[in-house]
Design a protein around this ligand. Structure first.
Ligand code: NDP
Length: 328
């Protein structure tokens, strides 16, 4: 089966040459092991950070080894009673067609009511990220105004809809195309949305200010615009800064940091994996919202493992609406 490896570390924007494909033979599962044929693979912006050889909250991807990441697959052969053949499982051995795994490293998921891919998106890590950011980190309260950047992506589209479901008064999104902006307002119920490619985010956000909660997926100019328009005692959930991930030099900004003092703001970063204690509550709540049609999820699906690198690289160009996935 085919697997994708990191062969060299990107400097700035990664290129296809940083990746390579290898073919491996997988043996039959031994006791306590399962052989999983992957059906859906996740590409995520955080993977860019792991391609650098720097100390962070997760170790760097080693060179010359198969990459990992979120994946869903079907058990093809099993040496473990707890995970039968035919079960759909979620695990972290992505970037490959199939994987031999210890049974305790896979989680059986229920696909009777939602498609398998939901566990990589709205009912998975991105959905939980949106929930944790709004509730625990930003402490969203009834009636507040929420601004979400990267709003048409996996985390952002969930965050904007959940903000309403959690009682926000007004939800404003930012995304990089007219189609995405229409989707946010017409289909997802955002009260307003702006296209950051149309001009200054600060100017476009002006009519919607002041902002009580800013859910930051982008950093850079978006963070600066939010700092400018925050209400007194506003909270910023610092989730990501995709506009900086391929930068080769530290950005100069953001300006308006003094507003943190004068408006008594809270800016708090978080890593979703450290908030697993909210997963049960999230899953019950979001599962119900999805079942009731109150929480919508869109996917951009790329076919073929040989297009997985392209799918990953295109996250940084906004090729996806909703969650970016690969079907190997
Ligand atoms: P998305 O589905 O949002 O995909 C990335 C999107 O980012 C693209 O579609 C693109 O949309 C936008 N984008 C890319 N480059 C830029 C840029 N220079 N300026 C503005 N927007 C840009 O990915 P996810 O939902 O998976 O992740 C969203 C953010 O959340 C990322 O920053 C990620 O690192 C972070 N994250 C953080 C977690 C945590 O634990 N803290 C967990 C999971 C994700 P557009 O067309 O609008 O430009």
């Amino acid at each position: 089966t085919q697997e994708i490896q990191l062969v060299s570390r990107p400097h700035g924007t990664p290129t296809p040459e940083n990746f390579g494909t290898v073919t491996t033979e997988l043996p039959d599962p031994g006791p306590g092991q399962v052989l999983v044929r992957n059906t859906v693979l996740s590409v995520d912006p955080y993977m860019r950070g792991r391609m650098n050889d720097t100390k962070s909250y997760v170790p760097p991807f080693p060179l010359g080894e198969t990459l990992d990441g979120g994946a869903i697959g079907v058990v093809e052969a099993s040496g473990a009673d707890s995970v039968p053949v035919g079960a759909t499982v979620q695990h972290m051995a992505g970037w490959r067609e199939a994987a031999l795994l210890p049974a305790d490293q896979v989680r059986v998921v229920d696909t009777s009511r939602v498609p398998d891919s939901a566990y990589l998106g709205v009912l998975g890590m991105p959905g939980l990220t949106a929930y944790v950011g709004l509730t625990r980190i930003a402490q969203l309260a009834e009636g507040e105004t929420v601004f979400v950047s990267g709003a048409a992506g996996a985390v952002g589209s969930a965050a904007g809809q959940m903000a309403h479901l959690l009682g926000a008064g007004k939800v404003v999104g930012s995304a990089g195309s007219a189609d995405k902006v229409s989707w946010l307002v017409d289909d997802l119920g955002f009260d307003a949305a702006l296209n950051y490619r149309d001009g200054s985010v600060r100017k476009q956000l002006e009519p919607h200010a002041p902002v009580d909660v800013y859910f930051d997926n982008v950093g850079g100019e978006h963070l600066e615009a939010a700092l400018f328009h925050m209400a007194d005692f506003g909270r910023i959930a610092a989730c990501g800064a995709i506009s900086d991930y391929n930068a080769t030099q530290a950005p100069a900004g953001p300006r308006f940091l003094t507003n943190v003092v004068t408006r008594r703001l809270t800016l708090r970063g978080f890593i979703v994996s450290e908030h697993g204690d909210l997963a049960g509550e999230f899953y019950r709540q979001a599962g119900a919202w999805v079942a009731e049609g109150k929480l919508q999820a869109r996917e951009t699906v790329v076919e073929g493992l040989d297009h997985m690198v392209e799918a990953f690289l295109s996250l940084f160009e906004g090729a996806n609406t909703g969650k970016m996935l690969v079907r190997p």
